[in-house]
Ligand binder design. Structure first.
Ligand SMILES: C[S@@+](CC[C@H](N)C(=O)[O-])C[C@H]1O[C@@H](n2cnc3c(N)ncnc32)[C@H](O)[C@@H]1O
Length: 322
């Protein structure tokens, strides 16, 4: 049985999302094949050339147009990075990709700390973030788990790993947010879980998801990079606090974007409710921490089991919500 009520419409939604991502990961696989055909086997270069705005274009015209349009939008709106709205005038928007990757991955690495033994991404696609963590300095000897709905995403991750980085301990597992099953993670190892723009695909996450994450053997903390800023009260997340009107406008744009696409609407309220009930501890909430598309901006939330003695390392404990 699914964890959520309303299973007919959810089953439809799940089917639609799955077919969209099967198609996207096939497109990325075509890019990978072109790069491998050059004889390239360096993880950093292969990884970069698989990204939407680097390397060979997508064969699929629809995907190509969609991502060209994203680049144009970044020019129009600017992007958010660490409490600044930065305009892209002369700067190549591809730098935005590199900058925001670096900022997010470094933040994740300090939250996870040097002793993490197992890093788990839920809704991991082809493992872009797991490979990035490894490249940006997460522990070399940790296990990297990509848990993903689509077979195309899981197979692509395994292929990148086997072609480019045999020293990295990469594991893939089938995973569905609607039936969260962590039985693949059976040994007790210091474990950090994260999500990056995958809970966005689930209109309502269930309390069972959080309960099951808490039960992963060795679970220490969970970090979300998700476009859920509009769910969070308060607008004091830009360094220039006089920009109240601009912050409200970005909030409204994010809400509209999520509503139009039936994206997630309850991640933050659910976590806050569990915190107030004393069931988890929220360490960090950084509203609109970074963005590409400004109306689908990324908020960072870190939480862990209740009564954690100390703050999760490296987060600074910033709470934009309270
Ligand atoms: C926007 S992509 C992000 C992929 C990856 N996290 C990244 O940042 O590159 C969303 C991912 O969520 C996955 N997804 C969608 N619905 C899911 C579900 N019900 N369970 C698990 N993963 C799901 C998709 O297959 C896709 O890989």
């Amino acid at each position: 049985m699914p964890d959520n009520p309303n299973s007919d419409s959810l089953a439809e939604r799940r089917k639609f999302v799955k077919s969209q991502y099967d198609h996207l990961w096939e497109g990325v696989n075509n890019k990978l094949e072109k790069v491998l055909a050059y004889g390239e086997r360096d993880l950093s270069r292969v990884h970069l050339f698989m990204r939407r705005n680097f390397g060979p274009g997508f064969d699929d015209a629809h995907l190509q147009d969609k991502y060209n349009d994203h680049e144009k939008k970044i020019f129009e709106s600017g992007f958010i990075c660490d409490r600044q709205l930065i305009r892209v005038n002369a700067m190549d928007p591809r730098i935005v990709t590199l900058m925001t990757d670096a900022v997010k991955m470094r933040e994740a690495i300090s939250v996870f700390g040097p002793d993490v033994g197992r890093i788990v991404e839920l809704g991991s696609g082809w493992g872009k973030n797991l490979f990035n963590l490894f490249k940006f300095g997460a522990p070399l000897n940790a296990e990297y788990w990509g848990m993903e709905l689509t077979r195309a995403g899981r197979e692509l991750m395994e292929r990148v790993a086997s072609e480019t980085v045999s020293s990295m301990k990469v594991h893939s597992a089938s995973f569905d947010y609607y039936h969260a099953d962590f039985s693949a993670l059976s040994s007790t190892i210091n474990t950090c879980v994260f999500t990056h723009h995958s809970i966005e695909q689930i209109p309502e996450v269930s309390v069972q998801l959080i309960e099951r994450i808490l039960l992963i053997p060795g679970f220490r903390c969970c970090l979300h990079f998700e476009p859920c800023g509009f769910q969070i009260p308060g607008n004091r997340w830009l360094a220039d606090s006089s920009q109240i009107g601009l912050m409200a406008k970005i909030d409204e744009g994010n809400r509209r974007f999520a509503e139009k696409r039936n994206q997630n609407n309850n991640l933050y309220p659910l976590l806050r409710e569990l915190e107030l009930a004393g069931r988890i501890t929220i360490h960090t909430v950084r509203k609109y921490f970074t963005s590409h598309l400004i109306n689908n901006a990324t908020t960072m939330i870190v939480w862990g089991p209740k009564h954690t003695e100390s703050q999760a390392p490296g987060t600074g404990g910033i709470r934009d919500d309270i």
